[in-house]
Design a protein around this ligand. Structure first.
Ligand code: GDP
Ligand code: MG
Length: 437
């Protein structure tokens, strides 16, 4: 990854005392290459390395043990700055607050509308209304209804009506009379920028005067994302960008380019297909991610959100008393699953994205484990030590697995119990607290 490359390239700097134009040239080339790999626009990458050079030259590297780390810091700070520096929230001042989604077909508007509604409902205590203004495909209206049911948010649609402007207006009136304080308008997109789509979204925009106009873009589309962003911004002068499909290994260089080209903040990112896969955009975390450090902070935060504090406390007591059983193990698995798919989670661990490249991770990696535990009797779950060979055979049969798989799980469980007991003291306790205890 980029930070390793930097470390290597800067190795030669050790002993030179200072970063100079000559000894930094190779490093800057590496940085530029890594940025291009991460989908950053060529011109932006070049300007970027020039700025890094200015900052780095003359820095004293004798005082730092690893000049590479110093360089990484300069690069990271510069990247963070480039992506907007601070976190930008969304304006929720209107009553109702009207939020308009824009973007190409397939960028993730409908999915994000649901995620945002869910976020505003659960985190900001709002009562959102979702509005279906994609009138071209009946399936699009159905999709928004499905999303609405998933997150428990009302959906406004009008199947007989093919005028998005009038639907949006009626929806806002409906919101007012029904106590909705946020209106999220999902719109139709085309596969590419075309005049009719732009005219339509511009008309809706003009008619409803949204408090927030958000441009949704698929991070995996790389340089195209930048061109699309520019086209939409020219017409809508939108307030913020939503970067979707930043799951797993997607590098997110588009984040840098878009911010530089349209100069609008990125407000949220989408990191998976599930309704919970939404995160506030933190420029410094994205910089870490682009540098290949993984997004550990987000991972810990997500864990904190999902782990019930009360549950964690109970669990801690059980571990202390040596009463941790398979039922608790099952609860743990279910909580981990709530955090997102295995793939999403692995992508946030430093180095894991690279290590797992090309390896298909089963979305339901715990399927066998769950089946095995479900085939145990309550007594067996509470007292795993009573599970002898004949019981193992019965469990394997009942769960449609093999005795090897049962043995493997028993072994893993044993190791985990031991580890948990160890974690009771010292730094382990800190970790449990971090996980919500
Ligand atoms: P729209 O045409 O802009 O409304 O896009 P949709 O919301 O229908 O999304 C298009 C496809 O992308 C769907 O299959 C979504 O499940 C998927 N999708 C949306 N956001 C994300 C994301 O953050 N990660 C992943 N992996 N898939 C996403
Ligand atoms: Mg849609």
């Amino acid at each position: 990854n980029l930070s390793e490359k930097l470390d290597k390239a800067l190795h030669v700097l050790k002993g030179h005392g200072q970063i100079t134009e000559i000894n930094v040239a190779e490093t800057l080339k590496e940085i530029r290459r890594a940025l291009l790999d991460a989908d950053v626009n060529f011109k932006i990458a070049k300007e970027f390395t020039n700025r890094v050079k200015e900052k780095a030259i003359g820095e004293n590297v004798l005082t730092t043990l690893q000049p590479g780390q110093l360089m990484v810091k300069i690069v990271k700070d510069e990247l963070t700055e480039l992506m907007g520096g601070d976190v930008t929230g969304i304006n929720l001042n209107g009553n109702p607050t009207v939020i308009l989604m824009s973007g190409l077909q397939g960028s993730g508007k409908t999915t994000f509308s649901g995620k945002l509604a869910n976020y505003l409902k659960t985190k900001k205590n709002k009562k959102p209304l979702l509005v279906a203004c994609d009138v071209y495909r009946p399936a699009a209206i159905d999709q928004l209804h499905v999303v609405g049911v998933q997150v428990g948010v009302d959906v406004y649609s009008d199947r007989g009506n093919n005028d998005p402007v009038s639907i949006a207006k009626s929806a806002i009136a409906h919101a007012k009379t029904n106590g909705h304080n946020v209106v999220i308008v999902d719109t139709a997109g085309r596969l590419a920028v075309d005049e009719q789509m732009m005219k339509e979204i511009a008309n809706v925009h003009k008619a409803i005067q949204p408090h927030e106009t958000l441009f949704v873009v698929d991070a995996m589309t790389g340089q195209d994302a930048v061109n699309t962003a520019k086209a939409f911004n020219d017409i809508l002068n939108f307030d913020g960008v939503i970067l979707t499909k930043l799951d797993g290994d997607t590098r997110g260089g588009a984040a840098i380019s878009i911010k530089s080209v349209v100069n609008k903040p990125i407000k949220f990112i989408g990191t998976g297909e599930k309704m919970e896969a939404i995160d506030v955009f933190y420029p410094s975390r994205m910089a870490d991610r682009i540098l290949g450090m993984g997004d550990v902070v987000s991972l810990v935060e997500r864990a904190q959100e999902q782990f019930d504090e009360e549950e964690a406390r109970k669990l801690q007591k059980k571990i202390a008393k040596n009463q941790f059983g398979f039922d608790d193990f099952l609860t743990q698995i279910q909580q981990i699953k709530k955090m997102g798919s295995m793939k999403d989670l692995m992508g946030m661990i430093p180095g894991a994205g690279k290590a797992l490249k090309g390896i298909e991770i089963e979305d339901d990696a715990f399927k066998h484990v769950e089946a095995i535990i479900h085939s145990m009797t309550p007594e067996e779950r509470a007292n795993p030590s009573t599970i002898n060979t004949s019981r193992k055979n019965r469990i394997a049969k009942g769960s449609g697995t093999s005795i090897q798989q049962v043995n493997q799980l028993m072994k893993q469980f044993d190791q985990m119990s031991k580890m948990m007991k160890m974690m009771q003291g010292g730094s382990g306790r800190k970790m449990m607290q971090m996980m919500g205890g």
